[in-house]
Design a protein around this ligand. Structure first.
Ligand SMILES: [Zn+2]
Length: 468
């Protein structure tokens, strides 16, 4: 069995999938390896891409993304959990990654489980593994975070990251709803937390942050999840040097930070977007012309990033590891997670640096594809984010925003004004825009000019011969 304590619904789906794989093998020569590299920029909508291009390459410059052979657009779909026929117009990373991983629309927060019914939905990584491909996930978030988890685990909620998070008595952040995880608890016959499913799973390469989620003991064990993973054949690496020098051909688990990996860039002296003062929120009768805008700032290296393993290093190691196996090829998902996470915090420079990291990972994928033409590269986002590129307000000009503004001095010496105004609260919100979908030349004839997000699963599965 390729995943532990698999639910009966998934077993049924797997049987069907294996049958489909068998029939599909007639159209794919047995000796022809095929690979899919799916790169997800979390929250990477066109605002984020434009902001990053302006800063990294200049207004007339081009990103690697811009030069990809095909560009399409992906329409994101999610639904109410209680009424799966009722659409919801703004998504989160769990339901949107589930769409790409399974081809099914589900509700916000779910990890490869169905809206309302809570049935496990088989993922492309599981289908590929069962069909003889190698599989891997790479993320700059915790490997238990919503995007990677949706490819290799099944739980009712993204909150169910480790056994402590699934315990109502656990020492958990206030936003964790441990009660919701009850159905997936091992003592209820479930497969346990996301970290436990990864530790006991068969994904060949799992690289990212999230060491803290593997420190608790397994729900049904006196061993930590880390020990359970090692007993299940995973070799553990915890820094870039160990990762690069690793020669093992067995399963590889790389955990390079306690939780989300730090962003490469940050605002000058750690600054983020700030509220113009005085604003109408402080003084409804204030003279709009007297608004004081935040000082402009450059982006700088984030000191917390020093010594951190890069997304490129993880991608290079994953490709090397997966491509040397004598099998049908591989499926690899790579996530640049903090385009989104930095945007939630109104940290424009953080998002720019993470998009630069995504570009480096794309370069690695393209280098591999140049030597291995049967490699489909897709790059997309899971949903939109809050940042909006707005005109730079001039001194004395009437200006009002209900939110916060970052004024970034670009290397071209101009000021780029970025507004965050989706909420008054601590964390900005996602937005409901379509997001770009890029493909290399292998996408020709396979990627239409517009897709719904679940169709990305169909494109990848068909390419690997997993569905007829
Ligand atoms: Zn987010």
């Amino acid at each position: 069995m390729f995943i532990p304590a698999i639910k009966h619904t998934l077993q049924g789906a797997l049987s069907v999938a294996v049958l489909m794989v068998s029939s599909a093998s007639f159209v794919q020569a047995a000796d022809e390896k095929r690979n899919v590299i799916l790169i997800i920029g979390d929250g990477m909508d066109d605002q984020q891409i434009t902001i990053a291009r302006n800063y990294l390459k200049g207004a007339n410059g081009r990103l690697l993304l811009d030069a990809m052979a095909l560009r399409s657009t992906s329409h994101i779909l999610t639904v109410e959990d209680a009424v799966s026929s009722s659409p919801v117009y703004v998504a989160d990373s769990a339901n949107s990654a589930t769409s790409m991983a399974t081809g099914q629309i589900t509700s916000i927060g779910r990890i490869a489980t169905s809206a309302g019914e809570d049935k496990d939905i088989i993922t492309i990584a599981e289908l590929a593994k069962a069909a003889g491909f190698s599989t891997g996930v790479v993320s700059s978030a915790s490997v238990t975070d919503a995007t990677p988890a949706s490819f290799i685990a099944h739980v009712i909620s993204r909150d169910c990251e480790n056994p402590t998070r699934m315990s109502v008595a656990g020492d958990n952040p206030s936003w964790v709803n441990a009660e919701l995880c009850k159905t997936d608890r091992v003592d209820n016959g479930g497969a346990g937390s996301i970290a436990q499913q990864i530790a006991l799973g068969s994904t060949d390469v799992v690289l990212g942050g999230g060491m803290k989620h593997f420190q608790p003991r397994g729900a049904d064990s006196d061993k930590t999840l880390l020990k359970m993973a090692q007993d299940n054949g995973y070799q553990l690496v915890t820094n870039a040097a160990e990762l690069m020098s690793n020669k093992s051909s067995g399963k590889l688990l790389g955990l390079f930070s306690e939780h989300t990996m730090p962003t490469r860039l940050r605002g000058e002296d750690g600054r983020i977007a700030e509220r113009p003062l005085p604003s109408l929120l402080y003084n409804i009768s204030s003279d709009l012309g007297s608004v004081v805008l935040p000082e402009s700032m450059r982006c700088e290296e984030n000191p917390d990033y020093a010594g951190m393993t890069s997304i490129k290093q993880m991608t290079d190691a994953a490709i090397k590891h997966l491509s040397t196996k004598a099998d049908r090829g591989f499926f690899l998902m790579v996530e640049s997670a903090s385009i989104d996470k930095a945007s939630h915090k109104r940290n424009a420079c953080g998002s720019i640096g993470e998009l630069a990291q995504l570009e480096e990972a794309l370069a690695s994928a393209q280098k591999f594809a140049a030597d291995h033409p049967n490699t489909l590269i897709l790059v997309t986002a899971d949903h939109g984010q809050a940042a909006q590129l707005i005109p730079n307000p001039k001194a004395g000009q009437a200006f009002y925003t209900p939110g916060h503004i970052a004024r970034i001095t670009t290397p071209e010496g101009q000021i780029m004004a970025i507004n965050y105004a989706t909420t008054e609260a601590h964390s900005e919100k996602h937005t409901g825009t379509n997001v770009p979908l890029f493909a290399n030349i292998e996408g020709q004839g396979r990627v239409p000019s517009m897709v719904t997000q679940p169709e990305i699963f169909n494109i990848m599965s068909a390419y690997l011969g997993l569905i007829p």
